[in-house]
Design a protein around this ligand. Structure first.
Ligand code: MGD
Ligand code: MGD
Ligand code: MO
Length: 686
């Protein structure tokens, strides 16, 4: 018998696709996009179209395991769930009896489902009094920046981009990472719109845009300031919009005198014409839209850069049209009841310390108040956290008790004392929001768990019982949790109920079909206006007006370091992996070949490097050996290692994060993966 089960893609991507899973005799035989879902429109990316291969991979972890070899060697024996959970509970109890803050949950976005990502797990660690994790690996700089200007994670409805006449694709590679936005951008182009990519690298996307502005990494704020200078100087401002709906225009205008377009051109390493023309296009073409994405904010000045760029649409009144404005993330439209799901009230009155995920290496190797246990789920920190050698030094500690819950034996799982097999999205229930559209989605389980694997929610229910946590909330069912998620009573969730969501698969938030969120102001800032001047930044000790905050490791910021390491190293995601997920599966690894470093031919020639040579990329933090691709896609002075590879599949068991730093950005405590200087040399190997 064949049935169709409604599901949602769980991966950390703005698209959050609606899926239909065909199940025959208890086996998932096909995973496809739901053609009726307005945003994702029946198409899935190359990875998730083959999701069943991930679920049924021969490499799936099927049973709990206990380490029998040295840490990092990946030698384990099978044990029962009871043995595994008894041992974990006993170890956590003993550590908590001395100091619960010595326990650290390590979770990120392996799944974005609200149940498996942030419900029972958070309750468990809150009740335990464990250290809190500040989840900063991806987006927190940009989000904080946008919040300062617009008041939160709000922006254009992405379903309107096809009606834009100019789309600036800024720090974003949507062909790889935001496919369904890209199909709308292409439709706009067919209707005559100009697409401009702003990226130091000629990505798959930049290649297909009408214009590519290849600025120096981390200089986006300077470009936006130069554009604003031109907009003001040439009278391309919407005075009526500015006077009604913005705060601080006169101060901004004065500030912009410091940032003429020739300064911006020099700072960004582009031509004066590029700055001026972009400003003129942006000021004149209506409606003009910006798709800002996270690539531009992985730098020391990334938060302020995002804040500065977010000022543009208010200056020109682009917000007046549904197809104008800017979007970084739609996440704050949802108003899910996170407090109910996560229960921060279960934490002890003296709030446990907070550890920054981006400084995990330091946290695990600190001699003071050491971390004694980590529980890892939805996260592969050995592969994805910056400054790997420190992270590995931490995970290799004999005195660190380490539990890893995953579906595969990741680089991190190799260091575990206990490994617990996790279900995939086809095997558990979940409820999803999206950060790239405005629908809520349900994920129904399509098949029974593979092997003995269990959903995160169930593991934390069972662990809570063993720890003696007897609050009722530790017995909530999956359905109860999903109802709590959408039970905040906020107007955007009006008419949303879990039974119909499960039946229909998805439903749009209660927002108008066509809407321009800030056409008449209504920003979510304290003043209700678009804040060119931000009191809340001032209160944090940050300049309240937009300014240029340079990256830390650009050669002009750090000439001394650049003498030894003159090249900017970028490691953005490849198309066939999802961060480090899928990077272990043959189909996707074969499609990507092997770890490679893309270079400009001038930089290659200076070093005697030819296409196909094995090269070592290095700095004071580490090194990584990969294959040179001399293709002129990165601008001069920039090298690009598409990522995130598993270390165990690389020839020297390293990856890009052996080079990246633990330095955090100006806002949001965020990681700065792309703010990284390196040198490259031929290895002499092939
Ligand atoms: N296929 C695939 N899709 C994904 C992911 C994946 O791993 N694979 N990851 C998902 C996740 S978690 C995220 S956060 C998003 C990430 O996707 P995006 O938000 O698009 O961000 P990145 O891919 O990190 O970077 C996008 C582009 O920014 C460029 N860039 C780097 N530094 C700068 C800079 O200083 N200025 C400018 N203007 N551009 C710069 C890079 O060269 C890259 O081409 O994608 C999601 N989707
Ligand atoms: N050099 C470099 N480093 C980067 C980036 C980069 O561009 N360059 N990107 C950064 C970004 S944007 C992000 S978002 C982070 C991503 O970092 P992570 O959130 O750690 O993402 P993944 O690498 O995909 O690893 C997630 C793991 O969760 C597991 N998982 C999935 N679903 C479940 C589940 O239901 N239960 C359990 N227990 N496990 C599950 C997967 O199998 C996978 O091993 O990486 C960051 N690191
Ligand atoms: Mo991310």
């Amino acid at each position: 018998m064949e049935t169709i089960v409604r599901a949602a893609c769980p991966h950390d991507c703005p698209d959050t696709c609606a899926m239909l899973v065909t199940v025959k005799d208890g086996v998932a035989v096909k995973v496809q996009g739901d053609p009726l879902h307005p945003f994702t429109d029946g198409t899935l990316c190359t990875k998730v179209a083959h999701y069943a291969e991930r679920t049924y991979s021969p490499d799936r972890l099927l049973h709990p395991l206990k380490r029998i070899g040295p840490k990092g060697k990946g030698e384990f024996k099978q044990i029962s769930w009871d043995e595994a959970l008894d041992e974990i509970a006993a170890r956590l109890k003993a550590i908590a009896a001395v100091n619960p803050e010595a326990i650290l949950p390590l979770s990120y976005a392996g799944t974005m489902g609200m149940l498996q990502y942030s419900s029972m797990d958070r309750r468990f660690f809150h009740k335990l009094g464990a250290s809190q994790l500040e989840r900063t690996l991806c987006s927190s700089a940009g989000k904080a920046g946008i919040k300062a200007t617009l008041g939160g994670s709000y922006g254009m409805d992405p379903e309107h981009y096809q009606d834009s006449k100019l789309i600036v694709i800024w720090g974003s590679n949507p062909i790889a990472s935001n496919l369904h936005f890209w199909s709308r951008a292409q439709e706009a182009k067919r209707r005559g719109a100009k697409l401009v990519a702003i990226d130091p690298y000629r990505s798959l996307t930049a290649e297909k845009c009408s214009q590519h502005i290849a600025l120096l990494p981390g200089t986006d704020g300077a470009l936006a300031l130069g554009m604003m200078h031109v907009l003001v100087a040439e009278g391309l401002i919407d005075q009526d919009y500015v006077s009604k709906y913005t705060l601080g225009y006169e101060e901004l205008k004065k500030r912009l005198k410091q940032y003429p377009p020739d300064w911006a051109a020099t700072t960004c390493g582009i031509t004066l014409e590029e700055v001026v023309q972009l400003a003129r296009d942006y000021g004149a073409v209506k409606p003009a839209a910006i798709r800002l994405n996270y690539g531009m904010q992985r730098h020391a000045g990334g938060g302020i850069a995002a804040r500065t760029i977010a000022c543009l649409p208010a200056l020109t009144g682009a917000w007046r049209d549904p197809a104008g404005g800017i979007l970084l993330t739609t996440a704050d439209n949802y108003h899910f009841d996170h407090a109910k799901l996560e229960r921060p009230d279960l934490m002890p009155a003296k709030r446990p310390r907070v550890i920054n995920h981006s400084k995990l290496g330091d946290a695990l190797t600190a001699p003071e108040s050491p971390v004694r246990a980590v529980v890892v789920y939805n996260n592969n920190p050995v592969a994805v956290c910056p400054d790997s050698s420190k992270v590995i030094e931490g995970f290799a500690r004999e005195d660190l008790f380490c539990v890893v819950m995953d579906s595969f034996m990741t680089d991190t799982a190799d260091y575990a004392d206990i490994v617990l097999p996790a279900t995939t999205q086809l095997e558990h229930t979940d409820i999803h929001k999206s950060y790239g559209h405005l629908y809520v989605l349900a994920n129904n389980p399509a098949i029974a768990p593979v092997g003995e694997s269990l959903p995160n929610v169930e593991v934390f229910r069972r662990l809570a019982a063993r720890m003696g946590f007897d609050d009722d909330c530790f017995r909530d069912s999956d359905d109860a949790l999903a109802r709590q998620a959408i039970g905040s009573g906020h107007a955007n969730l009006a008419g949303m109920d879990w039974e119909s969501l499960k039946r229909d698969g998805w439903k749009r938030l209660a927002l108008p079909a066509s809407f321009a969120p800030f056409a008449k102001g209504g920003f979510h800032t304290p003043s209700g206006k678009c804040e060119f001047y931000s009191e809340s930044l001032k209160a944090q000790g940050v300049d309240p007006l937009p300014f240029y905050n340079p990256p830390a490791e650009l050669p002009s910021s750090n000439p001394q370091l650049a003498r030894r390491f003159p090249l900017n190293f970028l490691s953005p995601p490849v198309r066939n992996f999802l961060n480090s997920s899928f990077a272990n599966l043959p189909r996707f690894r074969d499609a990507e070949g092997e770890p490679s470093l893309e270079l400009h031919s001038d930089d290659a020639a200076k070093r005697g490097i030819a296409d196909g040579d094995a090269v070592r990329v290095f700095n004071d933090r580490g090194s990584f050996t990969l294959k040179a691709r001399v293709n002129d896609k990165p601008r001069r002075g920039v090298v690009v290692a598409p990522s995130v590879w598993w270390k165990k599949f690389a020839r020297d068991r390293k990856n890009a994060n052996d080079l990246t730093s633990q330095r955090t950005a100006d806002l949001g405590g965020a990681a700065t993966f792309y703010d990284c200087l390196v040198e490259v040399e031929r290895t002499g190997l092939t």
